[in-house]
Ligand binder design. Structure first.
Ligand code: GFB
Length: 322
């Protein structure tokens, strides 16, 4: 790729802002950076800094002068939330991104990583999906508003590279899960929803569980701690214009995922599928050759990841986001 340069490993002593450090992704990134020896991590809760407030964001960057940034703050949710709160997903994500990226540009941030999502790709993209398939077809309607905001973020980062020579990059993770996820029945993604539903059914001896859709769509799941390690790997090793897919390269039907979760929680009752609920896209498996060539691959297997998520959920049942 012509606009791709060898990156130098980040300075572990430079101020590093993790936007969204309390979320699923940001908290994992924070733990990863701490364990990798970063000594000046900056984080703000949404009560301390509302990223939709442009003036407040500029004041924060002027005061703290971060050298490096990971933009993990976003309004996120599963298929129901995405297809219901379209304006919120479009508007809030655009405002957060534009404010953080503009402030980072104005205040000289050197390395920045923007996080997107695999839903940026066309609904009917050939599988596995290569980075270059972006903007080659229509989006999946259940998450088009969110996807358009994320696509704008990718373009914003590329524009900062082209117009201002910034060494900023973007990563596109596949479906994520792990400790600290949102387990709310209406707002969550499928994996935490299944963990909660099957765990509740098992503990109350409910004989029937009803999941959404047909169970036939295929999804690729990446543990959030693997994503965090990929983010640091990319910042240390990659400085190119193309966004980079981050996934495992393997997918499963939702039916298979449900069965793995049921096994893990010890549920032995019946499962049915409510086909009045949307399936969403039938497959979005990422082509992960690019990140593999950059020397990264995931280390947490799906069964192991589901087991640790179930155990985290059970330990934190009183405090999970509902
Ligand atoms: O994880 P999920 O909400 O998001 O749903 P997407 C994945 C699949 O699981 C769909 C099925 O086919 C759902 O119908 N499913 C079954 C369930 N039971 C449930 C349940 O109880 N809750 C949920 N949520 N799903 C999202 C996008 O799409 O993926 C976002 O809306 C984002 O924009 C995210 O990109 C990664 O994979 O369909």
């Amino acid at each position: 790729m012509s606009d791709s340069f060898a990156a130098r490993p980040l300075d572990r002593g430079a101020p590093f802002y993790v936007a969204g450090h309390r979320g699923l992704v940001g908290s994992s990134v924070w733990r990863k950076l701490e364990s990798a020896g970063f000594s000046r991590l900056l984080g703000q809760t949404s009560a301390e800094l509302d990223l939709r407030d442009r003036e407040a964001v500029f004041d924060f960057f002027a005061r703290e002068k971060p050298t490096n940034v990971i933009l993990a703050a976003a309004k996120v949710g599963g298929i129901a939330a995405n297809s219901t709160f379209l304006v919120d997903f479009l508007s809030e994500n655009l405002r957060i991104q534009v404010n953080v990226l503009d402030a980072a540009l104005a205040h000289g941030v050197e390395r920045l990583l923007f996080l997107g999502s695999s839903c940026i790709y066309p609904k009917l993209a050939p599988q596995p999906i290569k980075e270059e398939y972006l903007l080659t077809g229509h989006l999946e309607p259940t998450n088009d508003a969110y996807a358009i905001a994320k696509i704008a973020g990718i373009l914003h980062v590329q524009a900062a590279r082209r117009q201002h020579g910034r060494s900023w990059i973007s990563a596109m993770p596949t479906n994520l899960y792990g400790p600290g996820d949102n387990f709310s029945p209406r707002g969550s993604h499928v994996l935490p929803a299944l963990v909660r539903r099957y765990d509740e059914a098992q503990s109350s001896a409910v004989p029937l569980v009803v999941n959404w859709g047909s169970g036939n769509p295929r999804r690729e799941f990446l543990h959030v701690d693997d994503l965090a390690s990929a983010c640091l790997h990319l910042l240390d090793n990659y400085d190119g214009a193309s966004h980079v897919n981050v996934g495992t390269g393997e997918d499963h039907t939702i039916r298979e995922i449900a069965s793995m979760v049921a096994d893990e929680v010890g549920y032995t009752g019946e499962t049915r599928w409510d086909t009045s609920k949307p399936d969403g896209t039938m497959q979005k498996l990422l082509d992960v050759s690019m990140i593999r060539e950059l020397g990264w691959r995931p280390t947490i297997g799906l069964r192991e990841g589901i087991a640790s998520t179930v155990s985290w959920y059970r330990d934190n049942i009183g405090a999970v986001r509902t």
